[in-house]
Ligand binder design. Structure first.
Ligand code: CAA
Length: 256
């Protein structure tokens, strides 16, 4: 339990709730540290298979904390190196799902984009308003958005700083699902529980290979996939999965 987040687990799903609703979950440095520490703790916890990140009703997160950032200088930022903390999110091996209600702006959008799957409410709003503050995204927003929707569309959204609806984000391949706002958490949890029943070694090896596809030349990506394919044969779940097929019965994965 942190100062700015709540965490609990249910049936193999670790849930992190952002909890600074009075400032629409604006992400200050302490809060980012708490989120990352909790993600790492769930990642190491064998009983947790999948992680869900959710905000509050009005906001997933309305960005980095502008009050905290306002008086920064290039040197304070260089010395604090705040985005090194964010980089640790990319090292998490388990699936991370974001349940987005309300605003996911600036750093809040970036936090969602660090997650593997994004489920959002019909009235959720995604955007990078940094340009209106005279800056630009700093936690990977320009990179994530461009990889998701291509150069021209990303430039338009980033230059104008306007918010896109969940539907637009969905149509542009930025998020996975759009649901009624009262169903966002339910839908995300049901997807998380479904994933929690899948063989976890497969899930993590797939996650690594898919993310690598964003950066690696095709042959390097294929080589990595191949190594991961071989590695899967060290798991009990591979034996169970293939045996069950051959014995014409449903597989029962134990997670090993
Ligand atoms: N930082 C600090 N405080 C914030 C905040 C933020 N990013 N977003 C909202 N708040 C605070 C507001 O100051 C307000 O506090 P008070 O009640 O003390 O005045 C409270 O949250 C509620 O916000 P509003 O009254 O503004 O609520 P609204 O419904 O009228 O508007 C909003 C909602 C459109 C999201 C508006 O709050 C807003 O524009 N927020 C800032 C969005 C933004 O610019 N985000 C990008 C930040 S920069 C960044 O993230 C850099 C990066 O890449 C890492």
């Amino acid at each position: 339990m942190g100062k700015h987040i709540h965490a609990h687990s249910e049936d193999g799903v670790g849930v992190i709730q952002l909890n600074r609703p009075q400032v629409l979950n604006a992400l200050n440095r302490d809060m980012v540290h708490e989120i990352v520490t909790q993600l790492e703790s769930f990642d190491r916890n064998e009983s947790i298979k999948v992680i869900v990140l959710k905000g509050s009703e009005k906001a997933f997160a309305a960005g980095a904390d502008i009050e905290e950032m306002m008086d920064a200088t290039p040197l304070t930022l260089e010395l604090l190196n705040p985005f090194a903390e964010w980089d640790k999110i990319s090292l998490i091996k388990k699936p991370i799902l974001a349940a987005v209600n309300g605003f996911a702006l600036g750093g809040g959008f970036e936090l969602a984009l660090h997650c593997d799957l994004i489920i959002a409410a019909e009235d959720a709003k995604f955007g990078f308003p940094e340009v209106k503050l005279g800056v630009l995204p700093g936690a990977g927003g320009t990179q994530f958005l461009t990889k998701a929707m291509g150069v021209r569309k990303a430039l338009e959204w980033l230059w104008l700083g306007e918010s896109m609806t969940a539907r637009t984000a969905y149509e542009n391949g930025v998020i996975n699902r759009v649901v009624a706002k009262e169903l966002v958490v339910e839908e995300t949890m049901s997807l998380a529980h479904k994933l929690a029943k899948q063989p976890p070694i497969s899930l993590r090896l797939i996650k690594e290979a898919v993310h690598a596809a964003q950066d690696l030349p095709l042959q390097d990506g294929k080589n990595l996939e191949r190594k991961n394919f071989y590695l899967a044969f060290a798991s009990e779940d591979q034996k169970e999965g293939m045996r069950a097929f051959s014995e014409k019965r449903p597989a029962s994965f134990k997670g090993g």
